[in-house]
Design a protein around this ligand. Structure first.
Ligand code: AMP
Length: 383
């Protein structure tokens, strides 16, 4: 199986390519991945490619073609390959034809995954990739189970540097101006199948497999090419041939523009602009709504906290009031007890005083009596 997957950024070709690798056991060759690896390793090629990638522009053809030719010579491509993100313009498509024909392994099928532009932007904005295993997620449509972590290997997920709003519109424009004409190149060769890519990942995959199996197993075009390839292609330098093929493709393109059988492709730069603005506005609206929800939640939380503390205060106040009241009662009781005691003491003291008084009165009476007795005795003696 020798397949090219074509699609605008965010069309899901990378995700689908990974599923094809698992199903058919042939390698995925992504020029985007190869270039990103070169940038990360800071090789001279990577350093050269970085500026174009950051700006959302295509990296120069010689760099990409050199890289792809080297990769296609690897042993694991003998059984077939899935080209993802390559070719991206007419010269690259023509050069690929040359390389593959020279190897005696022509391309069998080119599949365009077609997606509406506003959906593309949503997908790109939500796209996250695992740093360790390359598994892809979308925080809006297919989020990981744990935020920012890969479900498969637990690696951290990252947002690609060129998946930002400024670069997205450039990349979409590049797709429209450079890649779409190349799509027609394959249309003319009878190798193109267009599938709808705005559906669920698994349903797209079923459609994709059907398209691949039909085009690689029973395509009369393949049989015709196989026949022509029995004569080995002449050994012309790749770039000379690339220019010639590019010329030829451009001629073919001119024919297709007047050919009613070739359906016009969906996008136009106006449509891209409109879709980009709409998507950016949509995102802004979503963000504003999210912020509102967060604000509401925080104010509700604050209110709840305030209510709780007010309740606590009220409980404390009540408790302290109770304490004060209790103290007062205790004090009052104490005072009462004291006064009762005092009264008792006073009573006792006055009682004591009264008995003392009584005693002294008695004593006085007794004294008087004995005085009187003595006087009477004296009187009697005197008589
Ligand atoms: P991708 O991961 O396929 O979206 O590619 C990311 C970036 O790599 C693109 O925006 C380009 O700058 C660069 N790139 C990938 N493939 C190609 C290619 N075939 N030709 C030129 N530039 C490419």
């Amino acid at each position: 199986m020798r397949i090219v997957l074509i699609g605008a950024p965010g069309s899901g070709k990378g995700t689908q390519a990974k599923k094809l690798v698992a199903k058919y056991g042939i390698p995925q060759i992504s020029t985007g991945d190869l270039l990103r690896a070169a940038v990360a390793a800071q090789t001279p090629l990577g350093l050269e490619a970085k500026a174009a990638m950051d700006a959302g522009q295509l990296v120069s053809d010689p760099i990409v073609l050199g890289m792809i030719e080297e990769r296609l010579n690897d042993k694991d491509t003998q059984k077939g390959f899935i080209l993802d993100g390559f070719p991206r313009n007419l010269p690259q498509a023509a050069a690929l034809d040359t390389i593959l024909n020279r190897m005696g392994r022509p391309l069998q099928s080119a599949i365009l995954i077609n997606v509406d532009f506003d959906l593309l932007i949503q997908r790109i904005a939500g796209r996250r990739t695992c740093r360790s295993c390359g598994q892809m997620y979308n925080i809006y449509t297919s989020p990981p189970k744990i935020d920012d972590h890969c479900d498969l290997c637990g690696g951290t997920l990252h947002h690609r540097a060129d998946d930002n709003e400024d670069t997205i519109s450039n990349r979409l424009r590049v797709f429209e101006t450079q890649t779409e004409p190349m799509v027609r190149h394959y249309q003319i060769q009878g190798k193109l199948t267009v599938i709808d890519g705005s559906d669920d990942i698994n349903r797209i995959f079923i459609r994709l497999c059907k398209a691949i199996e039909q085009s690689t197993l029973s395509n009369p075009e393949v049989a015709r090419l196989k026949k022509t390839l029995k004569e080995p292609p002449s050994k012309v330098e790749t770039f000379e041939k690339t220019t010639k093929l590019e010329q030829k493709a451009k001629e073919l393109l001119d024919i297709t523009e007047t050919n009613p059988e070739v359906p016009p492709l969906q996008s136009s730069s106006g449509a891209i602009k409109e879709a980009t603005t709409m998507a950016v506005k949509k995102k802004a609206r979503k963000n504003a709504a999210k912020k509102k929800v967060v604000k509401k939640k925080t104010t509700a939380k604050k209110k709840a906290v305030r209510k709780k503390s007010a309740k606590k205060k009220a409980v404390k106040k009540k408790a302290s009031k109770k304490k004060v009241a209790k103290k007062k009662v205790v004090k009052k009781k104490g005072r009462k007890k004291k006064s009762v005691k005092k009264k008792a003491v006073k009573k006792k003291a006055s009682k004591k005083k009264a008995t003392r008084k009584k005693k002294t009165a008695k004593k006085k009476v007794a004294k008087k009596k004995t005085g009187k007795k003595k006087a009477r005795k004296k009187k009697a003696k005197a008589k």
